[in-house]
Design a protein around this ligand. Structure first.
Ligand SMILES: CC(C)(COP(=O)(O)OP(=O)(O)OC[C@H]1O[C@@H](n2cnc3c(N)ncnc32)[C@H](O)[C@@H]1OP(=O)(O)O)[C@@H](O)C(=O)NCCC(=O)NCCS
Length: 260
């Protein structure tokens, strides 16, 4: 979803950790692979923006300096930082500025760099957080985070069908119910690389009949090869879409606590 007005950077403060790195095992009948998820709080921008060349490739640095809006600069730098930390966890060979994450023709992130030839990343930013997941290119994953912004509720109601919504008792607010559906669809759209230019109805989801209190999960009407996991803190929803036959154990409490 395109960003709402962000909290002013000077208002952002955080006493706890600024980032959370999680190793995720991707278990399949044929074997096991590894992905890495990194969530970062916007308070990290103050340090990173003082030395963006320690994170960004020279081409990315040029783009970063061409940006005028602070919100986009923050999202871009934190998103690239998260993706590179996650990529370096999976392939420790290059340093962050050696990795170039350039936009493909659909604006999808394309990872270029020695040691990262078989790796990809998915990036997301919203409110005061950014996140990225790095994974083997042969095993696609999609993520999305979205701030619970009441201002988008009426718009979402026009795009989300009632049967798709999570049960009321699973969510703290009405906006959370709609945003959880939105994040799941956006995650799928990133795997498919079509973005939300695809009609929303095509990305229709079908939740599991018995909801789990902490993580809402299910599948898709038109993309039976994928499943989703959705979770939420009071201010933010998070979704992961993964291949159906892969078991992914998400440390749900850690993500909820970090984003609370
Ligand atoms: C993909 C999309 C749903 C993301 O929405 P958003 O509100 O920007 O949300 P997020 O912050 O969660 O995600 C942004 C990230 O998604 C990634 N992204 C953008 N387009 C993508 C696509 N088509 N496929 C996969 N990932 C994509 C980028 O890495 C981007 O971050 P970056 O610009 O800092 O690199 C939205 O940008 C969209 O619908 N794009 C359509 C793109 C498209 O088809 N363009 C055609 C132009 S020819």
């Amino acid at each position: 979803m395109h960003e709402q007005a962000p909290p002013c950077l000077s208002e952002i403060s955080r006493t706890g950790a600024q980032e959370l790195l999680l190793r995720l095992e991707l278990e399949r009948e044929s074997g096991r692979q590894t992905a890495c998820l990194l969530l970062v709080h916007a308070s990290k921008y103050a340090v990173l923006s003082g030395q963006p060349e320690s994170v960004l490739h020279p081409e990315e640095l040029k783009y970063f300096h061409s940006l005028s809006a602070l919100k986009r600069k923050t999202d871009y730098l934190l998103g690239r930082y998260a993706a590179k930390r996650a990529l370096l966890y999976l392939s420790p060979t290059p340093s962050a500025p050696d990795i170039h994450i350039r936009p493909g023709v659909f604006q999808q992130p394309v990872v270029i760099g020695r040691g990262c030839e078989e790796l990809s990343a998915c990036i997301t930013h919203s409110g005061t957080f950014a996140a990225a997941i790095a994974f083997p290119t042969g095993h696609p994953l999609g993520i999305d985070i979205e701030w619970h912004d009441n201002a988008v509720l009426e718009t979402l109601k026009q795009h989300v069908e009632s049967p798709e919504l999570p049960p009321t008792e699973l969510c703290a607010s009405e906006v959370e119910r709609y945003i959880r559906v939105w994040t799941v669809k956006e995650s799928l759209s990133k795997i498919l690389q079509c973005g939300l230019t695809t009609p929303f109805s095509v990305l229709k989801l079908r939740a599991d009949p018995i909801p789990n209190r902490r993580a809402w999960s299910g599948e898709f009407e038109n993309f039976s090869q994928y499943r989703f996991i959705s979770l939420s803190s009071p201010q933010l929803s998070f979704a992961l879409v993964h291949p159906r036959r892969t078991k992914v154990v998400l440390p749900i409490e850690q993500i909820i606590n970090f984003t609370s």
